[in-house]
Design a protein around this ligand. Structure first.
Ligand code: ADP
Length: 408
């Protein structure tokens, strides 16, 4: 990290973790639209309120901190955030941040691009909490913590929904009475920062494919698919909330709305239903073993196998659905924790797509997580591209920072 380079912090506050990355924005970028923020350090606290563990390292791999804390000391996100700032401040002494970019899961109908945060923005984001109960409150806690500590610092919200903002109205509709659509009850789509990064990456490594009909499978703890045409999102499996679409680590994915009515009729409260659908379902609920794909792959339990098979079944089914939206398929891209690292899961999904798309995987390339994992004669090429949501937030934040400085 150089003292001459402006520094940006990227904050990704999840349900039980806060991750902070430090980026330097090279000077040359000021005169040039092609900004290229460079990662210089990363810190995170996992297990907030359960078994807090702080780790921080420089981009060259040097470990700055690795420590467990008593629960009482890191009981909530506020405390976690203060602790990370303290550790990173050692590395930031020569280059205090000029802006902070936050991952914000839901931008609703109001935000179709990253935005400078002010009181009005915070009020609008607070109203969206019920639509993203697992993430939005923590995103806002981080924003408020910074505002309280350094009120003048530029803060930028980068939304998981923004990349999908151009969807055709047909892709946004829920077949409820139309007045609800006008009130913002519509299908938005999420994981947009990841998809925006993959769209850019694909443009760099395979511009011919990037211009075509591409389905990207973001398979992490959360999971969704994005259908892209010419690098732009046209459809996603997630909708009004990040609960829709594929089954996930602990989330149910798409289910019959009648099942929710039934749960309610059985006397379950809305809060209990929410907890079950967001935190007790998906791989965890089906397997009874774990929400973690690595643990399921290592398990002999029959229901662990069932959960993995269902996961692949649903992913393949939804890929077929999105291909119908695109009118065909020119490339399939896997990304995120499972997508980028799990050969058996990719293999199971692609095996189900062999007849429909003529997909044929190269077993060796798949086992090594190579960039291209399909054989040369595969009708649809299959790629593995690690995602970089933090890098995308840094880029969006740097752009707004420069606009802000140009105006000042
Ligand atoms: P998040 O959505 O929280 O960012 P990640 O993208 O890190 O999550 O994905 C976490 C998932 O990736 C977990 O289910 C984990 O088991 C899985 N994963 C990570 N590495 C591997 C691997 N080598 N093989 C199988 N699954 C993996």
């Amino acid at each position: 990290m150089s003292a001459t380079h402006p520094t940006i912090l990227v904050v990704n506050a999840g349900s039980s973790s806060v991750k902070v990355s430090v980026y330097a924005v090279p000077e040359a970028a000021h005169a040039n639209a092609d900004i290229n923020p460079v990662l210089s350090a990363h810190g995170q606290i996992e297990g907030i309120g359960v078994s807090p563990r702080l780790s921080a390292s420089m981009a060259d791999g040097r470990i700055v901190a690795d420590e467990r804390f008593p629960v009482a000391q890191v009981a909530d996100h506020d405390a976690a955030f203060r602790l990370i700032r303290l550790v990173l401040s050692i590395g930031l002494r020569d280059a205090p941040p000029v802006a902070i970019g936050h991952r914000v899961v839901h931008g609703g109908a109001d935000f179709s691009a990253a935005v400078k945060i002010d009181d009005d923005v915070i009020t609008k984001l607070e109203a969206l909490i019920p639509l993203a109960p697992l993430h939005q409150p923590h995103n806002l806690t981080a924003i408020r913590a910074v505002r309280a500590a350094v009120p003048a610092l530029l803060q930028v919200a980068c939304f998981d929904t923004a990349f999908h903002a151009g969807h055709d109205p047909l892709a946004q509709l829920l077949a409820l009475p139309y007045e609800y659509f006008e009130r913002g009850i519509r299908r938005y789509g999420f994981h947009g920062l990841s998809y925006e990064y993959i769209a850019r990456r694909l443009q760099q490594i395979a511009p011919d494919l990037a211009q075509g009909r591409v389905i990207v499978a973001h398979l992490g703890n959360g999971a969704s698919l994005c259908a892209m045409r010419d690098g732009r999102s046209v459809e996603s499996t997630m909708g009004l909330t990040a609960l829709d679409g594929l089954p996930m680590g602990t989330r149910c994915g798409a289910i019959d709305a009648g099942a929710i009515l039934w749960l309610s009729q059985q006397g379950m409260s809305t809060k209990d239903i929410e907890t079950m659908l967001y935190q007790e379902s998906g791989l965890k609920g089906l397997s009874g073993v774990s929400s973690d794909m690595r643990a399921l792959l290592a398990s002999d339990a029959p229901r662990a196998r069932l959960a993995i098979d269902f996961y692949a079944y649903r992913a393949a089914q939804e890929i077929g659905k999105l291909a119908a939206t695109l009118g065909g398929l020119d490339a399939l891209v896997f990304t995120a924790g499972i997508g980028a690292n799990s050969p058996p899961v990719r293999e199971k999904i692609c095996a189900r797509l062999a007849d429909l798309f003529g997909i044929s995987l190269d077993a060796g390339a798949n086992n090594e997580n190579r960039q291209r994992i399909s054989r040369d004669n595969s009708r649809v090429p299959v790629l593995v591209l690690p995602t970089d949501e933090e890098g995308m937030i840094a880029l969006n934040t740097a752009r707004i920072m420069m606009e802000h400085h140009a105006r000042a």
